[in-house]
Design a protein around this ligand. Structure first.
Ligand code: PLP
Length: 454
């Protein structure tokens, strides 16, 4: 950490807070009920406030700082690009954009070789859906309950969590189905093999009863992130691929959260040997240093728009600053073995460390994940698997999770909390010592969660 970084300045913090409260309208929030922490700085795996408190960030922001905060090589690349060409319109060929597209296409699975750039994940999902509908000439899109695909109109309707409800006008052309999740099996399955088979049958039935000729796409997070990090059982994604092929349905994998090293592979799809027709990405592509997302496009859909204009675009598609940050991020990931580090830390430190915590804390119902992508499913009762707080709980009903989060923060850890879960999703390049420091803080916070078990 730089020497000046942690010098407290409470007066500045108060001013930042006051202007925020007066003028900033925050995402997903009842504006008068939130208390955003004024943040003074960040470096690597840590950030700090104006009062001298430093936190180990086990959230990577919103799971996007895959190489940590302020990586000097990426900061320098952004500065250099700003000095050379800060911006340029999307219709031109620009070095940073061309190079970013080349590096991404080289790493995406199979033949996903054309890159449409967006400003973030939701726009990537919007455009992937639009491409699928235009390519097939069909209206409907299938997506999973227990999913998150973004905050824009189509993306939020594809989403399978309560944030969709107030945005659902009932005419988005989206049909939800259940994807596999053995711990809370929608199919009463007892093994991964049963869960896989029943989930595939359920999807096949959904397609049959919706009418295959009406379905443009199946959109799935390769490993669902915000909804709980549920690694699909072996064979599931290959089975979805087969169903899509059988019915001429476009298979879209959303790797906005799972991509770019998060799971210990460049893309989560690499673990399953499956190649979608379209793949969305954002977040880790440049560690979120400058907004960027995109769609990686396979040959069939690329061909559809080879001689027919694609009716979609963005002023900042492939913004040079964002693309320069992506080029530098990918180079850093290569040079510093960030993907390998995520795989190793997950297998050798975080996975075993979380299993050890689960053995001692009755509030941990299940530990699941891979790489730097882990969830702890917290429960009131291990036998019944009753969640520590009810689905979508707020206020008093959510008090056990609030107490857990407060305890983590009191121990210097900023936790990712969603419903009855905490996710362990730190930067993919943290050290073993940082991982262990985080596990120790989690240990203390879980003792507070344990107080709310039966
Ligand atoms: N898709 C997935 C899987 C995500 O996790 C997210 C964000 O968390 C999005 C899409 C939306 O991305 P953005 O917030 O950049 O629009």
């Amino acid at each position: 950490m730089t020497p000046h970084a942690n010098t407290p300045d409470p007066a500045k913090g108060a001013a930042v807070r006051a202007a925020d409260r007066a003028h900033v309208f925050h995402s997903w929030s009842a504006q008068d009920l939130i208390e955003p922490l004024p943040v003074a700085g960040a470096e690597g795996a840590y950030f700090w406030d104006y009062d001298g408190n430093r936190y180990l960030d086990f959230t990577s922001g919103l799971v996007f700082t895959n190489i940590g905060y302020q990586h000097p090589k990426v900061v320098r690349a952004i500065q250099e690009q700003a000095g050379r060409m800060t911006t340029f319109a999307p219709a031109f060929a620009v070095e940073a954009r061309s190079e970013a597209a080349r590096l991404i296409a080289e790493r995406t699975p199979g033949d996903l070789d054309k890159i449409f750039f967006t400003n973030g994940g939701a726009e990537a999902v919007e455009n992937a859906t639009r491409m699928a509908r235009l390519h097939t000439g069909r209206p409907k899109v299938l997506s999973a309950y227990r999913s998150y695909h973004g905050g824009t109109s189509t993306a939020i309707n594809l989403t399978g969590d309560p944030r969709r409800w107030p945005n659902d006008n009932g005419s988005a052309g989206v049909v939800h189905f259940w994807a596999p999740f053995l711990y809370r099996s929608p199919f009463h399955a007892e093994t991964e093999a049963q869960e896989c088979e029943r989930a595939l049958q359920h999807l096949a039935d959904t397609i049959a009863f919706e009418g295959p000729g009406t379905i443009a796409a199946v959109v799935l997070e390769t490993i669902p992130g915000t909804a709980g990090i549920m690694t699909p059982p072996p064979g599931y994604l290959a089975g979805v691929r087969e169903l899509c092929d059988a019915h001429g349905i476009v298979f879209v994998l959303d790797e906005v959260m799972a991509g770019f090293g998060r799971t210990g592979a460049w893309f989560a799809a690499d673990h399953f040997d499956v190649v979608p027709d379209l793949m969305t990405f954002a977040k880790g592509v440049n560690s979120g240093y400058v907004p960027l997302g995109g769609v990686a496009i396979g040959p069939e859909i690329a061909e559809t728009f080879a001689r027919r204009p694609y009716p979609g675009g963005l002023t900042y598609s492939g913004h040079p600053l964002a693309c320069a940050a992506a080029v530098a991020t990918i180079q850093v990931m290569d040079e510093e073995g960030v993907v390998e580090n995520a795989a190793r830390l997950g297998a050798d430190v975080i996975g075993p460390g979380l299993a050890e915590l689960a053995a001692r804390h009755p509030s941990v119902g299940e530990v699941r994940g891979t790489g730097m992508f882990w969830a702890l499913d917290l429960v009131r009762d291990r036998e019944t698997r009753e969640p520590l707080v009810p689905y979508n709980a707020t206020g008093e009903a959510n008090a056990p999770m609030a107490a857990f989060a407060a305890a983590a923060k009191a121990n210097g850890l900023w936790p990712f909390v969603n419903m009855n879960r905490t996710h362990v999703v730190p930067a993919c390049n943290i050290t073993d010592a940082e991982a262990k420091e985080g596990l120790a803080a989690l240990d203390a916070a879980l003792s507070v969660a344990d107080e709310h078990t039966v």
